[in-house]
Write a protein that binds this ligand. Structure first.
Ligand SMILES: Cc1cc2nc3c(=O)[nH]c(=O)nc-3n(C[C@H](O)[C@H](O)[C@H](O)COP(=O)(O)OP(=O)(O)OC[C@H]3O[C@@H](n4cnc5c(N)ncnc54)[C@H](O)[C@@H]3O)c2cc1C
Length: 238
C-alpha cells in the first residue's frame, strides 16, 4: 500500500518531510484479554529521533478503504538494539484489530513527527495526572521521569482487568482507578470531589476528547492549576 493511499494527512506529512520507518513485530504478549503488548524492531527510528517521556509515533493502518494514521506510545525504548514496545488498549478499531491479529514477522509503517515533551524544570510542587488505558503507556513513562515529586494519578477503567495493569508508581504516587461510566462523567465528578488548591502543580491529561476537555477545565477552575501548566491531549474520540 503506497503513500498515495494515506489521504490528506499523508500528503501533509510528506510535504513536511516526516520520515517513514518499517517496523517488524518480534514478540507479542497478551497482558490480559483487553491489553496487548507488541515488541517492535525498527532501526533506526530511535537512533534518529532520540526518546522523551510520552513519546509517540504515527502508525499506518488499513481500514478496508485506505490507510489511517493512529498514534501509539513508544514503550521501553532500547536505541542500541533498535527495539521498543507498543501497548494496545483493545477495542473494535483498525489499529486494535491489526494488533489483535499481529504475529512475529508482521510489518507496519511508522511516521515520526510531532511528538515533543519534557518534564518541567524546575520541578513543580506536584503532578496531577489523568488518563486511561490508552494513555497508560505515556503515564508510565511520565511517572518514570518525574522522580520523587509527588503525583496524584486518576485512571479510568473499562474492563475488570484494567486496574491490575502495572502503574509505575513511586512511593510519592497515589493512584485511583475510576470506572468509566456515563461517557466519562463519573471520572470528572469523582475528580471534582477530590479538588484541592493545586497552585504550583503541573497537570497532564489524556482521556477521550470530551473527558479530556472537561478534566482540563476542572483542573483550571477547581484545582487552580495555571493554564500554562496543563498539558491536555485527546487520545481518542468516543
Ligand atoms: C499521542 C497519542 C498516543 C497514544 N498512545 C496510545 C497507546 O500507546 N496505546 C493505545 O492503546 N492507544 C494510544 N492512543 C490512542 C489511540 O491512538 C486511539 O485509541 C485510536 O483511536 C485507536 O485507533 P483504532 O483504529 O483502533 O480505533 P478508531 O478507528 O479510532 O475507533 C474505532 C472505535 O473504537 C473506539 N475507541 C477508540 N479508541 C478507544 C479506546 N482507547 N477505548 C475504547 N474505545 C476506543 C472509538 O470510539 C470508535 O468507536 C494514543 C493517542 C494519542 C493521541
Amino acid at each position: 500500500m503506497g503513500r498515495e493511499s494515506r489521504g490528506w494527512d499523508g500528503t501533509v506529512l510528506r510535504i513536511m518531510g516526516a520520515p517513514d520507518y518499517q517496523l517488524t513485530v518480534t514478540a507479542r504478549t497478551e497482558v490480559n484479554p483487553h491489553y496487548l503488548r507488541l515488541r517492535m524492531r525498527g532501526w533506526p527510528l530511535l537512533a534518529e529521533h532520540g526518546q522523551h517521556p510520552t513519546m509517540w509515533i504515527r502508525l499506518w493502518f488499513f481500514n478496508g478503504k485506505r490507510m489511517h494514521q493512529r498514534a501509539y506510545t513508544v514503550v521501553a525504548p532500547d536505541p542500541e538494539a533498535g527495539t521498543f514496545d507498543l501497548e494496545f488498549a483493545m477495542h473494535d478499531g483498525a489499529a486494535a484489530n491489526w494488533a489483535r491479529a499481529a504475529q512475529p514477522g508482521d510489518t507496519i509503517t511508522a511516521t515520526v513527527m510531532g511528538s515533543k515533551f519534557a518534564v518541567p524544570d524546575p520541578a513543580p510542587a506536584g503532578y496531577l495526572i489523568v488518563g486511561d488505558t490508552a494513555s497508560l503507556p505515556a503515564v508510565n513513562s511520565l511517572l518514570a521521569a518525574i522522580g520523587d515529586v509527588p503525583a496524584r494519578v486518576w485512571l479510568e477503567w473499562q474492563h475488570d482487568t484494567d486496574p491490575r495493569l502495572p502503574v509505575h508508581a513511586t512511593p510519592g504516587t497515589e493512584v485511583t482507578w475510576i470506572r468509566r461510566e456515563d461517557a466519562g462523567r463519573a471520572l470528572v465528578s469523582q475528580l471534582a470531589q477530590s479538588a484541592f488548591d493545586a497552585t504550583g502543580y503541573y497537570a497532564w491529561v489524556a482521556c477521550d476528547m470530551r473527558t479530556t476537555r472537561a478534566v482540563a477545565r476542572l483542573l483550571r477552575e477547581q484545582f487552580h492549576v495555571d493554564r500554562k501548566a496543563i498539558r491536555s491531549t485527546a487520545y481518542w474520540v468516543a
